[in-house]
Design a protein around this ligand. Structure first.
Ligand SMILES: Nc1ncnc2c1ncn2[C@@H]1O[C@H](COP(=O)(O)OP(=O)(O)OP(=O)(O)O)[C@@H](O)[C@H]1O
Length: 338
């Protein structure tokens, strides 16, 4: 379940504008990854390139064993069917009710009859908590419901990969927390490979297995959540602390003289906040691809910021984890990563 995505030396330009170059990363099958970056660094362009809507200028993008930039039209079309995409605004058709919106990809891309379509649409609507809203028009429901409807539509073709373009945009912090839990629950349930573009630091800190950061037309860093959340890189610290001090400026990166002036004034992007425990599926199970808390840090001899892995109840998840996994009885499919 879930397909690995391997990007090698990917470069995208529009005319003379280089959006990003030489991007290489692997999105492990079934894991949740987050892509961060200041506005305009090309995160949406990256998602569109992965799904084959934009062609890179150089490099490879392996979706399983298919290299997207090399594919003929018919195979590209087939490969796109592996993806579900949640667009920023849900991208629903305003004149269609939610049922028809969610049924749309099934009617468009499959030969399923209406009985089968109804079963699938209702199953996906239940997964995202929208049962009862089938007859509503997108204009009659809240932004959070529109996101969930967009997510149900992204799920109908049983995708191996789901791309989320700023799922939290336009949502209040509480609805964002619910949506984050839904994303983690869905990942546990369907095991697809997830990539989330977000500006929400809390989402980035608690949801993914891996985090990447785009800045200055390149991928500054990509790796396990704990690697990014303990990184001393100024740009990472500035981003995670949402500070003005650091290499990221108002509209683009700051120049050397601005950075020198900040350093002379003793300004600093701030200490790293504690690493929070990762969000668990709400049914209490562990996702098959979930990493044990602290495993990356231990393997790399890194001491986490003080107060890391402590939850709201004061439990330290480094100590709690082995007990928790043992209490589940049977290990989840795929085992629990050390
Ligand atoms: N089809 C296109 N043709 C030309 N330029 C484009 C096209 N699509 C995007 N761009 C440019 O690519 C750059 C990156 O845009 P993109 O929307 O990917 O940024 P982003 O990181 O997702 O930003 P935000 O966080 O604000 O959503 C922008 O300068 C944008 O104007």
């Amino acid at each position: 379940m879930g397909v690995e995505i391997r990007v090698e030396g990917l470069t995208k330009r529009f005319g003379r504008q280089t959006i990003w170059e030489d991007v290489s990363l692997t999105l492990p099958a079934g894991e949740i990854s987050v892509l961060l970056g200041p506005s305009g660094t090309g995160k949406s362009v990256f998602l569109k390139t992965l799904v084959g809507l934009l062609k890179p200028d150089r490099g490879n993008a392996w979706i399983g064993d298919r290299n997207l930039p090399q594919l003929p039209e018919d195979l590209l079309y087939e490969t796109r069917k592996l993806f579900g995409v949640l667009f920023q605004d849900g991208a629903l058709f305003g004149s269609m009710n939610l049922f028809d919106n969610i049924a749309f990809p099934l009617r468009e891309h499959t030969k399923k009859n209406e009985t089968e379509i109804k079963r699938i649409v209702l199953e996906k609507m239940e997964m995202v908590g929208l049962i009862g809203a089938e007859g509503k028009l997108p204009g009659e429901i809240s932004g959070g419901m529109r996101k969930r409807a967009g997510l149900a539509r992204a799920l109908v073709l049983d995708p191996e990969i789901i791309l989320f373009d700023e799922p939290d945009s336009g949502l209040d912090p509480v609805r964002t927390a619910y949506l984050n839990q839904l994303i983690v629950d869905l990942n546990a349930q369907i095991g697809a490979t997830f990539l989330i573009v977000t500006h929400d630091i809390n989402t980035a800190r608690t949801v993914p297995d891996n985090i990447g950061l785009l800045f200055r037309r390149e991928l500054v860093m990509f790796g396990q959540r704990e690697m990014l959340l303990s990184s001393e890189e100024p740009v990472v610290r500035q981003f995670l602390n949402a500070r003005r001090v650091g290499p990221i400026g108002m509209s683009e990166e700051k120049d050397v003289s601005e950075l020198e002036a900040e350093a002379a004034a003793g300004n600093d992007p701030g200490k790293l906040p504690p690493i929070p425990p990762q969000l668990m599926p709400s049914d209490g199970r562990v996702r098959p691809t979930q990493h044990a808390p602290g495993a990356w840090l231990r393997a790399h001899g890194v001491t986490p910021p003080p107060g890391s892995f402590i939850d709201d109840l004061g439990r330290n998840w480094i100590d709690e984890w082995p007990r928790y996994v043992a209490s589940m009885g049977a290990a989840p499919a795929g085992g629990v990563r050390k």
